[in-house]
Ligand binder design. Structure first.
Ligand code: FMN
Length: 331
């Protein structure tokens, strides 16, 4: 059995379950694990130091799976931006057929990908941005509620409102993101009008995820309160795992610190070392509130199979049973 939605039809995957881009985490082994399980995984382009490294990572993923997978291109404003056009070209040349864009002003990227017949799933955090991406011609929207790991935007609208608000207006297939980790979340997302779910934190905590075992165990140990919002005062909010460093950044921001003051604490190299050496206090690392729903470290196949099977059971059992009981009661 399988859940068929507009998303699975449009993007040609078996299950309506996506693994979104994750800096330092979205590498070939995880993406292939998701693909082999029938989900849609995205290699994170900017985790690769150069566009040529990205080409090699895509090749490596192809050796691990013959199923479809995609590449995430995250577009963030930067003083020294990465060579986006070259990364884009690497994706196009490699023959990847699905891209997840995220971040600011994706128009030129979307246009170029569409010229090459690539399907684009655009991830954003507001209904107005979803509608603008739809007008740009993307094939699907992934909408991230306030619960999500990484950048939730500045509107602070949780998924329970954001997803149906977006579903009321967006016409193309839409994936719900932020706070999803199990079958109950998938069924809820479908009920709210989405065509599937995107998960970040949940996929960090799988066998194939290329991060230190101790960080996976930390996620299992953490509960739903174990996140901090940093860069609030800089209007560039990021939801990260609560640790010694995030607490220090939050405290410094309260005292009026500017980016320069916290730059060393939030350095990407320190965040990366968390995953390499398994010291959760080595730097800033992204994780969402859904940590409170994560209790194990399964393979991607076990996770996706479990989510889809239990979702079907909830729909056909608990939910259908409620409708049947009401029908009997009124008969
Ligand atoms: N989203 C991006 O678009 N680009 C990134 O580079 C990126 N890095 C992330 C790194 C980590 C460790 C995590 C957990 C998330 C990251 N995200 C990034 C966000 C995820 O793609 C996804 O939208 C988010 O995790 C969904 O919320 P959840 O963690 O509650 O499932």
């Amino acid at each position: 059995m399988a859940l068929k939605t507009r998303f699975t039809e449009t993007f040609g995957v078996e299950h309506p379950v996506v693994q979104g881009g994750m800096q330092w985490v979205g590498r070939a082994e995880l993406v292939a694990g998701v693909a082999n399980a029938g989900g849609l995984g995205f290699i994170t382009a900017l985790t690769q130091p150069t566009p040529d490294d990205l080409r090699r990572e895509i090749d490596r993923c192809r050796k691990l799976t013959d199923k479809p997978f995609g590449v995430n291109l995250t577009i963030l404003p930067a003083i020294n931006p990465p060579p986006y056009a070259e990364y884009r070209q690497a994706i196009i040349d490699s023959g990847v057929k699905i891209v997840e864009t995220a971040g600011y002003k994706p128009q030129e990227h979307v246009d170029h990908f569409k010229e090459h017949g690539i399907k684009v799933l655009h991830k954003c955090t507001a209904v107005r941005h979803a509608l603008s991406a739809e007008r740009m011609g993307v094939d699907g929207i992934s909408i991230d509620g306030f619960e999500c790991a990484g950048h939730p935007g500045e509107d602070d609208v949780p998924g329970l409102i954001l997803i149906p608000a977006a579903a009321d207006k967006v016409k193309i297939p839409m994936i719900a993101s932020g706070g999803f980790g199990d079958a109950r979340g998938l069924v809820a997302a479908l009920a709210l009008g989405a065509d599937g779910i995107n998960m970040g934190t949940r996929f960090m905590c799988t066998v194939e995820s290329p991060i230190h075992q101790k960080i996976k165990e930390q996620i299992v140990a953490n509960d739903e309160r174990a996140t901090d919002l940093i860069f609030r005062t800089m209007h560039n909010t990021s939801r990260v795992a609560k640790n010694a460093v995030s607490q220090q950044v939050v405290a410094m921001e309260k005292e009026g610190a500017k980016f320069e003051d916290v730059r060393e604490l939030v350095a990407g190299s320190r965040g990366r070392s968390v995953y390499e050496i398994g010291d959760q206090d080595a730097g800033i690392w992204s994780a969402g509130m859904v940590q409170g729903l994560i209790h194990d470290i399964p393979t991607c196949a076990d996770l996706i199979t479990r989510i889809v099977r239990e979702a079907e059971e909830i729909i056909q059992g608990r939910l259908a049973g409620m409708v049947a009981k009401k029908a009997m009661a009124t008969a």
